[in-house]
Design a binder for this molecule. Sequence first.
Ligand code: PLP
Length: 455
Amino acid sequence: MNVTPAHAAADPSADAAVRADDRGHVFHSWSAQALIDPLPVAGGKGATFWDYAGNSYLDFSSQLVNLNLGHQHSDLVEAIRRQASRLTTIQPSLANDVRGELARRISQVAPDGFEKVFFTNGGADANENAVRMARACTGRRKVLAMYRSYHGSTSTAISLTGDPRRWANEPSDGSVAHFFGPYPYRSPFHSTTPEEETARALEHLEQTIVLEGASTIAAVIIETVVGTNGVLVPPPGYLPGVRELCDRYGIVYIADEVMVGFGRIGEWFAIDAFNAVPDLITFAKGVNSGYVPLGGVVISDPIAAHFDTVPFPGGLTYSGHPLACAAGVATFEVFERDGILDRVRDLGSRVVEPRLQEIARRHPSVGDVRGRGLFWAIELVRDQETREPLVPFNASGPDAAPVAAVAAECRKSGLWPFTHFNRVHVAPPLVISEDDLIRGLDVIDHALRVADEHA
Ligand code: PLP
């Protein structure tokens, strides 16, 4: 059941040299430095990358759900090359052609009434700046964010985050309160239908607003589809209900689309699929597949107008970097020319969804499958009746072994998976061929035997 290696040639001396420099000098994020052994990566193309030992991997992680157009897309590489030979850097306070063109193209695919874009270097600082805008406009400070969310690892962004990555970074400044969002498979509200989940989640959010003090709340921030915390697709009516509550209490609604924007679920902005219009949309990753770091905030006209005469109190040296923006403009051209959004919707509903449903029926360790487009999660359990997770929440070391074994089994068969707690996510580059997509799902199907032994 191996994925056929492509472009892989063993080079043991390069492998050893990369390992030596990395382990000797690179300090890695989110890791105990002595306990990790990062794979040295030699190259990549499309949905595949390869190491120096002669192994190729079908990339079902898109490198942190980032490489929407895959590795080494020739149009993006060429756009960066052309821009580099013309103008590599220009400070944010000057006007620049590719920066302006990218901002215009983003505003054209955003909901009506979002004309302006503030560029950042990535997703966390996009959220930082969105919160700063909301605070400046409302004169309020507190932000409501969901449990089971990730918004980045800079100061405000990590305090917004509703998962264990926040814990070691506390105490924060105390101006964030968390609430429960919908999660039909493990409903915090004991709901039995999506409609009930929507109604109860909205009632809970309104209670939170009232008890936290509406007059103190600047913003509510929500990942349109929750990403690393489980690919939680909001049930019908939830996001429109959030919009209504924000209107009722004068709160800014920030949609974090860092992971799901730019095609991941087959929409430019995921919010388009859920009949709601936020006040600010944050993005990064897919805007240029991370070829050069870039993120930003798309700003609704009333919020932008607030800063017509009041200076916005923030800025970043690399904001709207020309190399990053050139890759962003090329991304738009590829999406439009190659019909990427239609392709994602088609592959999601015609290939991934039925195959995952079929996998769920055959494996006792699969509790739930959910997602949209090319963004899915398989949630693993010990018992389908009780829904006890295959590994405990926030498990590490031996406790996490059953899911680590599934990941190892995938890698052995040439698939690079994205696993988190008791889930295997499916998030390949949007340019993956249908054959590779099917083969990757076959590898996961095969690897789940290992999980079934614990179920
Ligand atoms: N928001 C969401 C939903 C994310 O998934 C991420 C990163 O995965 C971030 C924000 C942070 O983005 P960055 O790592 O570019 O700062």
